[in-house]
Design a protein around this ligand. Structure first.
Ligand SMILES: NC(=O)c1ccc[n+]([C@@H]2O[C@H](COP(=O)([O-])OP(=O)(O)OC[C@H]3O[C@@H](n4cnc5c(N)ncnc54)[C@H](OP(=O)(O)O)[C@@H]3O)[C@@H](O)[C@H]2O)c1
Length: 252
């Protein structure tokens, strides 16, 4: 039987590109996201390459997560890799200008959603043991502060520390954990963050040679297929054209 990967947020960006990458290698795919039509389209596209199971899932809903996991067809239950990818940034404005609801949405998705899925799939990953992987999508924003990063960056700092702490508890089980932390990557991420402002999204990426969804999918696949005795703890990846700036100082 082929290896199975379970991907959250497979309807766009990194998640969809990762689904294509794993399918090309013949892995069985359990693909989830909120947009059914996109899941259906991906299933139609990839079914010739690999077995594909799709399930509509909002990761914020713990009961729904449990149900999707309980309803996994038998052929998709022997799980090799979980890609905790579903996530979003909202509100690029300064913290003091952001609606509380937007902070809650980021926390509910990037933190609560990620732990919901991890908790529900840990038994399957532990049953696989040696070679199994949890790959969490963090961000450079979880390590480096920037204006407008507020709760998004903090939620990705959670992803980093949760990944490290999971490694401690899973020591001896053979299950690996990795925090993949991309920098600027052109997906629908900025469209979501700006609530559909395509021009703002285009401006951000224009001339910057951002990472592509395929670049990150390749890293996800690489981490999942490393020899079983290797665990990459954190993989931080930026476009060559992205770096940091000096400390900001406010003077009177
Ligand atoms: N692009 C970047 O620059 C960048 C950099 C670092 C880290 N990241 C992280 O990488 C991950 C993927 O982002 P992306 O760049 O590929 O963005 P994207 O193109 O907007 O894709 C985000 C995916 O997350 C899913 N999602 C959002 N909320 C969800 C929810 N409540 N339940 C289930 N699925 C949900 C979306 O699917 P549905 O809308 O269909 O549910 C979509 O498939 C995120 O965790 C993001 O924070 C992105």
């Amino acid at each position: 039987m082929s290896n199975t990967v379970f991907i959250t947020g497979a309807t766009s960006g990194f998640g969809r590109a990762a689904a294509r990458r794993f399918a090309a290698a013949g892995w069985s795919l359990a693909l989830t996201g909120r947009r059914f039509e996109r899941l259906q389209a991906l299933q139609a596209e990839l079914s010739a390459l690999a077995p594909v199971h799709i399930a509509v899932l909002d990761v914020r809903d713990a009961d729904a997560v449990k149900k999707v996991v309980a309803d996994l067809p038998a052929a998709f239950r022997t799980l090799h890799t979980l890609v905790n990818n579903a996530g979003l940034a909202l509100a690029p404005q300064p913290a003091q200008a952001v609606a509380l609801e937007d902070w809650h949405t980021m926390i509910d998705t990037n933190i609560t959603g990620l732990v919901n899925v991890t908790h529900a799939l840990l038994p399957a990953l532990l049953a696989t043991g040696r070679g199994a992987s949890i790959i969490n999508l963090g961000s450079v924003a979880g390590q480096w502060p920037y204006p407008g990063g507020h709760v998004y960056g903090a939620s990705k700092a959670f992803v980093k520390q949760f990944s490290y702490n999971l490694r401690c508890d899973l020591l001896g089980t053979g299950v690996r954990v990795t925090d993949i932390a991309p920098g600027m990557a052109e997906t629908e991420f900025t469209l979501v963050r700006t609530r559909g402002d395509q021009a703002a999204s285009d401006r951000l990426y224009q001339g910057a040679e951002p990472l592509s969804a395929e670049d990150i999918a390749e890293q996800i696949f690489y981490v999942a297929t490393l020899p079983e005795h290797i665990n990459i703890n954190r993989l931080e990846i930026m476009p060559t054209r992205q770096a940091w700036q000096a400390f900001a100082v406010n003077r009177d």
